[in-house]
Design a protein. Structure first.
Length: 120
């Protein structure tokens, strides 16, 4: 009689374990296949034509403002600080309209100015 219970228990375990293992294998295998991307996939940032916004930040007397923060908001967001000559460069921005603003300690924050980045 004990042997009969053992077979039943073992048989019940096998009938539950094998389908559960098969389902888990399918789910985990599908997740691994879904997570892989083709080698040819390129980032969406490079799918648009891109350009640069460059310039100089000067005070009212024409003196370069060092360390000013220049930022743009548009299709993407980018920021750069000015060097000792007041120059800045924002590179690889997708074409389109941007709001450019400048702020630095000791100066009033500039009002955002709309700029259009296109081919030249």
């Amino acid at each position: 009689m004990k042997i009969g219970l053992g077979r039943r228990w073992w048989g019940g375990l096998m009938t539950r374990w094998i389908p559960a293992a098969a389902i888990a294998g399918l789910v985990l295998g599908a997740t691994a296949l879904y997570a892989q991307t083709p080698k040819e996939a390129k980032s969406s940032r490079n799918s648009f034509p891109a350009g640069n916004i460059e310039g100089r930040v000067l005070d009212d007397n024409g003196i370069p403002v060092v360390g000013a923060m220049v930022s743009v908001v548009g299709r993407t967001t980018a920021a750069a600080s000015t060097d000792r000559d007041g120059r800045y460069s924002l590179r690889e921005l997708p074409f389109g309209p941007y709001i450019l603003s400048v702020h630095s300690r000791g100066y009033f924050k500039s009002r955002g100015r709309t700029v259009q980045l296109t081919t030249s």
